[in-house]
Design a protein around this ligand. Structure first.
Ligand SMILES: [Zn+2]
Length: 497
């Protein structure tokens, strides 16, 4: 087990964790946001981030510090914490981004890690190669070989108590991502950034982000803290946490503010288009959009950056609350409604329902069926996987109505969309206490029909009858031919009578 990370609560693949950063003498609660501090430009000072926003951890770029004479001298003389005026944990990036942008940098993994250690970084980073999405397999493989060498070089450096990142690359080749993750997990390094996903996010390719993270997670142990490198838009935090990401870094709060862009959990707005602020943060409750439009450039940028930070930290608190209450997927579902690309991301997440199911807690507070996607949730997959183990009697009725009197059947179980057959004894347990809308949709009935088919498959000798409440043909078509199908009395309220 990695002793720097402990999972304290979980929901789907999301977790509340404790990242112990020994050099900073801090335990950081995850999911956590790392504001990106440009050592040359400080939109919001690290001291204010700590005092007013509760920042426990931030990230800055050691390559820029090392390449800038006065910053390098100060960092070496005072140490990073004093230079930035921040007492929490400080993560340093290595210049890999500059390598990807400009093609070369003049520092090795050993040199940059020794420099990061010398300036007092708490989590250092080797020089990995961020391979962009859609690279050829040859390029991705060659880059990965370089990254794996960088991880080996990093392991050989004496970094004392400093934690070290082990970036996971592999472009959009999912098998390479998984292999790279397995390789990173086998090192004695500590934190696992999933790299080079920013171009995917910039293009709204959230489904691809989900697939890349899912591949990385398959290769990483549950004790690996995962950093989604460059992910700073609060709109996608819930989705990324549900996939098992623990750390996010945000340059977005400052970069967007510079262009008058205002972050919300439902997407980005431009200050010019806002008549009202849809937010309860201190900036938005004490200013109108007109006030901020009238402010000078620097003031306007700072105010927008502060709002952007408030909304980002607020969303992470909401996500942690959802994990604690066991309704993270309901939150993801809500966020998925804000943009078709987010809906694609959520649907991609459900494509990995079986991977989620292995970690999803067996018992939670509630299952709310709020969209057709709910029919594909891990709880439904889990029930269908286990249905074959239920002991079915010779003559079994599955009904959406009441159990009939008489001895036509040996037992009457519930027929419960989207789960399917549910023995009465399990009725009051999670997730069968699910809340569904009265107007059940086709997706829920179809999922229930697949559950019936799984039961029949496992119990070929059982004589199964279902009594359904007006199921659509698409669901009835999934019920095996051997099943006797009866329809409960048509509901007058549905016929408008
Ligand atoms: Zn606000």
């Amino acid at each position: 087990m990695r002793d720097c990370f402990e999972v304290r609560d979980d929901d789907a693949l999301g977790r509340i964790g404790a990242l112990t950063v020994p050099r900073a003498d801090r335990t950081v609660e995850t999911p956590a946001l790392l504001p990106v501090i440009n050592p040359n430009i400080r939109t919001v000072s690290p001291a204010r981030l700590e005092a007013e926003f509760g920042a426990e951890i931030l990230i800055t770029n050691s390559y820029i510090i090392r390449s800038t004479d006065d910053l390098r001298e100060r960092a070496l003389a005072e140490g990073l914490h004093e230079m930035l005026d921040f007492s929490g944990a400080i993560v340093t990036d290595s210049g890999s981004f500059q390598l990807a942008e400009y093609g070369e940098i003049d520092v090795t993994t050993r040199e940059i890690l020794e420099f990061q250690h010398a300036i007092g970084s708490d989590v250092g980073t080797p020089v990995d190669v961020p391979t962009p999405p859609d690279a050829t397999r040859e390029t991705a493989e060659a880059d990965l070989a370089t990254t794996e060498q960088a991880l080996a070089d990093a392991e050989a450096v004496d970094t004392g108590e400093m934690l070290v990142n082990a970036p996971v690359q592999g472009s959009t080749h999912l098998d390479l991502r998984e292999d790279a993750a397995r390789h990173a997990d086998a090192t004695d390094l500590d934190v696992f950034p999933v790299g080079a996903v920013v171009p995917l996010m910039n293009d709204y390719r959230y489904a691809d982000v989900v697939d890349v993270v899912a591949a990385a997670k398959r290769g990483l142990g549950a004790d690996c803290p995962v950093h989604l490198f460059g992910a700073g838009h609060p709109m996608m935090f819930a989705l990324a946490v549900a996939m098992g990401c623990d750390l996010f870094d945000s340059a977005a709060y400052a970069i967007y503010a510079r262009d008058d862009r205002y972050l919300t959990v439902r997407g980005t707005k431009h200050l010019d288009d806002l008549d009202y602020f849809p937010c309860e943060c201190p900036i938005c409750t004490s200013h109108t959009p007109d006030d901020i439009r009238a402010a000078g450039d620097e003031e306007r940028e700072r105010l927008l950056a502060e709002h952007n930070l408030h909304v980002s930290y607020g969303e992470l608190r909401r996500i942690k609350g959802a994990i604690r209450e066991g309704n993270l997927l309901e939150l993801v579902e809500t966020r998925a409604r804000s943009h078709p690309a987010m809906l694609d991301g959520y649907r991609a997440l459900l494509d990995h329902a079986r991977q989620l199911e292995r970690h999803d807690p067996a018992t939670k507070g509630s299952f709310f069926y709020t969209s057709t996607e709910s029919a594909r949730r891990p709880e439904v997959v889990r029930h269908h996987d286990r249905i074959g183990r239920l002991d079915a009697p010779d003559r079994l009725l599955l009904t959406e109505g009441n159990a009939p009197s008489g001895d036509r059947f040996d037992a009457a179980w519930r027929l419960l969309p989207p789960f399917g057959p549910v023995p009465r004894a399990l009725s009051e347990t999670y997730p069968f206490t699910a809340e569904l809308p009265d107007r059940t949709d086709a997706a829920a009935c179809e999922a229930a029909a697949r559950g019936v088919a799984a039961l029949v498959d496992a119990n070929p000798d059982t004589d199964v009858t279902i009594a359904h409440d007006d199921w659509p043909d698409s669901a009835l078509a999934l019920v095996p031919d051997s099943v006797t199908v009866e329809r409960l009395g048509a509901r007058p309220d549905r016929d408008g009578a």
